[in-house]
Ligand binder design. Structure first.
Ligand code: NAD
Length: 317
């Protein structure tokens, strides 16, 4: 398969590209390297350093002529979306529409686009784990732009030969994630444990997240790219092409730190600070729809995922 990955030099993208190459696929990457790194990619990858908002995008997609497009390029930081909501909207909403338009014009068979648990906002706890049809109340510009992107891709591709799906990832963690800035909590905890700095927990640590290992996310994307039936119309309404990519399990931040302390054999006594505004209390997404549509479910238990993540961070100062 010829697969073009936008954002392929980033955390999830570089894990995906590595697995695709190992399985003998031809891989192209478009990335502006704003958070991604060229040295995350093997030299044999066809690479264009390009912003998805650049008018040259169409030509790049046509030149690589992919069968599948995996669209991961995004402004992926919630706090950055609060600082610069216009840029967040341009990259995430308008950028997704432009990638979809290019995919349609080139006659790509399927586009899989990264969405997020952030489209749901604070859930009704009785609805956990959330199904794709649950209420959408995004609490920040990032969640809003990701929700809009789903609709813009559908509007661009509905009725065309290009099939499509939006993947609402829960909290993805694993090797290659950025632990320096405000990335995922797993990456931040790993960095602090490695450097013998106390991990910080905002609030009681009882807040829960649905942590999914990046290897499972990669398998979901590949299973969808290779699926035989249509993924765009599984159900009716605005969520027909949307899939939770998640475990369905809730893990508290305290529970996560315990798993990491066990994996790293570090004390890692946490510092507790006041809860942050806008952080949801509980989160988990029901992945049953993905299982039914393309036979995927997460397989990495948290203990195994954090152990391989810890090993990676231990060797990357
Ligand atoms: P990342 O920041 O590591 O990767 C994003 C990549 O896109 C980077 O390589 C960056 O350089 C590139 N990029 C950003 N803006 C671009 C632009 N305008 N043009 C071209 N390239 C651009 O983030 P990630 O964690 O790998 O996330 C990948 C996707 O998954 C994003 O769409 C993100 O919103 C989504 N997502 C991630 C998580 C998570 O937990 N990591 C959860 C939900 C959704």
């Amino acid at each position: 398969m010829r697969v073009l990955v936008t954002g392929g030099a980033g955390f999830i993208g570089s894990n995906l590209v590595g697995t695709l190459l190992a399985r003998g696929h031809d891989v192209g990457v478009v990335d502006n390297l704003s958070t991604g790194r060229r040295d995350n990619l093997a030299p044999e990858v066809w690479f264009r350093e390009l912003d998805i908002l650049d008018t040259a995008l169409q030509d790049a997609v046509a030149e690589f002529a992919p069968e599948a497009v995996v669209h991961l390029a995004a402004q992926a930081s919630v706090s950055e979306s609060l600082r610069d909501p216009e840029r967040d909207w341009a990259v995430n909403a308008e950028g997704t529409r432009l990638v979809a338009a290019a995919a349609r014009q080139v006659g790509v068979q399927r586009m899989v686009s990264a969405s997020s648990a952030a489209v749901y906002g604070e859930p009704d706890e009785a609805d956990l784990p959330l199904k794709e049809t649950a209420r959408k109340a995004p609490a920040n510009p990032y969640g809003k732009s990701k929700l809009a992107a789903e609709g813009l891709m559908a509007a661009e591709l509905a009725g065309s030969p290009t099939d499509f799906a939006s993947f609402r990832f829960s909290n993805v963690y694993g090797p290659g994630q950025d632990g320096a800035g405000e990335g995922g909590v797993v990456a931040i905890f790993c960095t602090r444990l490695r450097d013998d700095v106390a991990p910080v927990i905002y609030g009681s640590g009882g807040q829960t997240r649905d942590f999914i290992y990046v290897g499972d996310v990669v398998e979901a994307i590949i299973a969808a790219a290779e699926a035989s039936g249509s993924l765009a119309s599984m159900g009716s309404g605005a969520d027909a092409a949307s899939y939770n990519i998640s475990t369905g399990a809730e893990t508290s931040v305290n529970g996560l730190l315990d798993a990491l302390r066990a994996a790293s054999a570090k004390m890692g006594e946490p510092i507790f600070l006041p809860a942050r505004d806008g952080d949801v209390d509980r989160s988990s997404l029901d992945p049953a729809k993905a299982l039914g549509a393309f036979g995927w479910h997460a397989v990495a238990p948290l203990e195994r995922g954090v152990t391989s993540t810890w090993r990676w961070f231990g060797g990357h100062a």
